[in-house]
Design a protein around this ligand. Structure first.
Ligand SMILES: *Cc1c(COP(=O)(O)O)cnc(C)c1O
Length: 384
């Protein structure tokens, strides 16, 4: 059976994987080596130096390509290293149209690192495709988007934006960290580049920091591979192994994340002490129809605002939570709670932050795969 025809749950386990050639090991060995013996100069077995390529990383890169329905995967030392490679495709004077509701670290990389090198970024709301068009000019080269967005859970119409990107011959990159390919495959919706912080759901066990890119086009893959090797922020063999192991259970974990996420979202929405709940699965979520058309379910990421609360009261709630650990990050088997204004989004100026809805009292949950009764009881005692 051709591997491309496999269903997602099978690809997560088998995609791009073959038993190891040396001894038939079912899991790819951790090739903890920097270099490879050559019989004569250039006489090697496909690997020369581990920045350029390493067999464990290759196994992960093939798995990534398979689950995202792409042709080429690239694994980096972190999600930000992966984004860094994408922006390095550009030249001084080029412009990027980016969503304004994005991961704080991406914003920091764009604003504080790449603007210095003469690349210009426009951070805008992407709910309306016509707004994006207003920011496109002769220098625009890339549209950067993230959906569902972090932490406001807005859903951006990837198909509509990809039409625009094609019309103006721009690259479209989608940060698919929140959705994962279990819920949404941006390349199928017209994106050119899919990016992941594999630190989150793909790794899934909060034990590694890794980034990924997946593309279809050979030329684009070659350019990105050049940058991966030239800049050198590669994913190490041990970390490649850990993410590969994570991906093998991605589908079963995601199924439970979605179930628990729904139950928590409904509990919060029914709690009179809560003012607002942001979760794309609600029918009254402003982008629910788009979510339904491009995602197969709604995920386990939820943000909420307690009624009449401020910065300090929101912090009190996250401190009271016991089963939800107060921590940065998301997507692991364990439930986490975060306070974006002081944590993940602290690097975005307050006025910028509040424009996109990240108010001081917003709390973000990454709903894990524990027993849902325990999770609800924990929220109940913390919210009071
Ligand atoms: C965490 C995260 C990143 C950055 O990834 P790292 O692995 O931490 O470098 C980028 N985008 C999103 C949506 C994230 O959640």
């Amino acid at each position: 059976m051709s591997e491309k025809k496999l269903k997602f749950n099978s690809k997560a386990i088998h995609g791009g994987q073959e038993p190891d050639k040396a001894y038939g090991a079912v899991m790819p060995p951790i090739y903890q080596t920097s270099t490879y013996a050559q019989s004569t100069p250039g006489g090697h077995q496909g690997y020369e130096y581990s920045r350029s390529a390493n067999p464990t990383r290759t196994a992960l890169e093939k798995s990534l390509a398979s689950i995202e329905n792409g042709n080429y995967g690239l694994a980096f030392a972190s999600g930000l290293a992966a984004i860094d490679a994408v922006i390095k495709l550009l030249n001084p004077g080029d412009e990027v149209v980016s969503t304004n509701d994005l991961y704080g670290g991406s914003y920091r990389l764009f604003k504080q690192v790449f603007e210095k090198f003469g690349i210009r970024f426009h951070f805008i709301g992407m709910q309306n495709v016509h707004t994006i068009e207003e920011y496109i000019n002769g220098n625009t080269k890339l549209i950067w988007t993230e959906t569902p967005t972090n932490p406001m859970m807005n859903v951006i119409d990837i198909r509509a934006i990809s039409k625009l990107a094609k019309k103006y011959r721009l690259l479209l990159a989608v940060d698919n960290t929140f959705a994962t390919p279990y819920l949404q495959t941006p390349l199928d919706l017209g994106a050119d580049i899919v990016m992941h912080s594999a630190t989150k759901y793909l790794g899934g066990h909060s034990d590694v920091v890794v980034g990924a890119l997946v593309v279809r086009d050979k030329d684009l893959a070659d350019k990105l591979y050049f940058l991966q090797n030239a800049s050198g922020a590669v994913c190490g063999p041990m970390d490649s192994f850990l993410v590969l192991r994570g991906i093998k259970t991605l589908h079963v974990r995601m199924q439970r994340h979605c179930e628990n996420g729904k139950a928590v979202a409904e509990y919060l929405a029914g709690n009179p002490k809560i003012e607002k709940v942001y979760w794309p699965g609600f029918e009254n979520h402003p982008n629910h129809d788009i979510a339904k058309s491009q995602m197969s379910d709604f995920g386990g990421m939820i943000s909420f605002v307690p009624k009449g609360s401020n910065y300090d009261e929101a912090i009190k709630i996250v401190e009271k939570l016991k089963l939800f650990t107060l921590a940065e990050s998301l997507g692991g088997v364990e439930s986490l709670a975060g306070h974006p204004a002081s944590m993940t989004h602290a690097s975005i100026p307050k006025e910028e932050r509040e424009k996109s809805g990240v108010v001081d009292s917003l709390i973000r949950l990454s709903v894990g795969i524990e027993d849902i009764r325990d999770l609800i009881a924990d929220l109940e005692q913390a919210i009071g």
